[in-house]
Design a protein around this ligand. Structure first.
Ligand SMILES: [Zn+2]
Length: 316
């Protein structure tokens, strides 16, 4: 498969042609599950959408700019070329949106041309944020990489389970229609040495536009930040951002109380339960999918994903 890179250097306005032979198609395809680390092994089935369906076609990548990352020495020296694939391969049908914050990228990193081990920050390499099997053309916004390094500096080791997903891959793993993972400013993170709670707090403290608190991981994205110019162009303005529509209710059965919830597209939200006496005293607290209230409970309260609270008043 031949990939032609037509480099148009903006600064010098000197067109240059650089024909490079791309590596052989790896044949990676999307997993039928959320992209956990083990998804990197080649154990996939053929059931999912083939994100590399167009690799038989010659794709010309018109290089438009470069994205410069914090880098291992925090001096913004690693600058990777970004470009506009022509034709755009399948798998990149971005959902329409009225908000400029959800526009399609105008340029992408070409993962077939980049070394996965390229350090984008002191503690993070490219392959932690974008992998070929989630789309050959990827968006990794530099300011989001800076923020995750900030989190790493504060909290110690972190595991990034998921970064960029192209729209086909995102749909294949049940991601939300407008999941920020498609826009290159979202990460699913596991803390190594701190609690999920501490990680969620740190994401918010470091300016995350949205923090999703799950039982398995924390989703942090920087959807409120100005979109990165190399990927989205200079004309993009900050606009009102969308938020997931979250809902939950308390149900009661012989198994105890539960709180079915909607709007958490990446797993089960954290559920923090409290049993309150009539005067508001907390009798008992627990975390989990189900909850049993002790004798004397007047009100059962649950906080779901640290985003909304529901109460159930027991009959006296
Ligand atoms: Zn996520």
């Amino acid at each position: 498969m031949r990939v032609t890179i037509l480099a148009l250097f903006l600064a010098g306005c000197v067109p240059a042609n650089d024909v490079r032979e791309a590596p052989v198609d790896t044949g990676f395809e999307g997993e039928g599950e959320l992209d956990r680390p083990e998804a990197d092994t080649d154990t996939d089935t053929d059931a999912d959408t083939d994100t590399d369906a167009d690799t038989d076609t010659d794709i010309t990548v018109i290089e438009t700019d470069q994205a410069c990352y914090l880098g291992p020495n925090r001096d913004f020296t690693p600058c990777l070329p970004v470009g506009a694939p022509n034709p755009m391969p399948s798998g990149y049908a971005y959902p329409s949106a009225t908000s400029a914050q959800y526009v399609e990228p105008i340029a992408f990193l070409d993962l077939e041309l980049e070394e996965p081990s390229t350090a984008l920050a002191p503690n993070f390499i490219l392959s932690e944020f974008a992998q070929l099997y989630k789309g050959r053309f990827a968006v990794v916004q530099p300011h989001a990489v800076e923020r995750i390094q900030d989190l790493r500096d504060e909290l110690g080791a972190l595991v990034v389970n998921s970064g960029y997903r192209n729209p086909d891959y995102n749909a294949g793993v049940g991601g939300a229609l407008r999941s920020r993972h498609q826009y290159g400013d979202a990460f699913d993170i596991d803390p190594v040495s701190v609690s999920l709670d501490a990680l969620a707090d740190a994401c918010a403290a470091h300016g995350a536009g949205y923090v999703g608190v799950y039982t398995t991981h924390i989703h942090c994205d920087w959807r409120d930040d100005t979109l990165s110019v190399p990927f989205y162009g200079a004309s993009r303005l900050r606009e009102a951002r969308e938020r997931p529509v979250l809902d939950a209710e308390i149900t009661r059965s012989s198994l105890g109380f539960a709180a079915p919830a909607s709007g958490w597209d990446e797993g089960e939200p954290l559920r923090e339960w409290r049993a309150l006496a009539e005067d508001g005293t907390v009798l008992f607290e627990a975390v989990g999918e189900r909850f049993t209230a002790p004798a004397g409970t007047a009100i059962v309260e649950v906080e779901v994903g640290r985003a909304l609270t529901r109460q159930h008043v027991l009959a006296p």
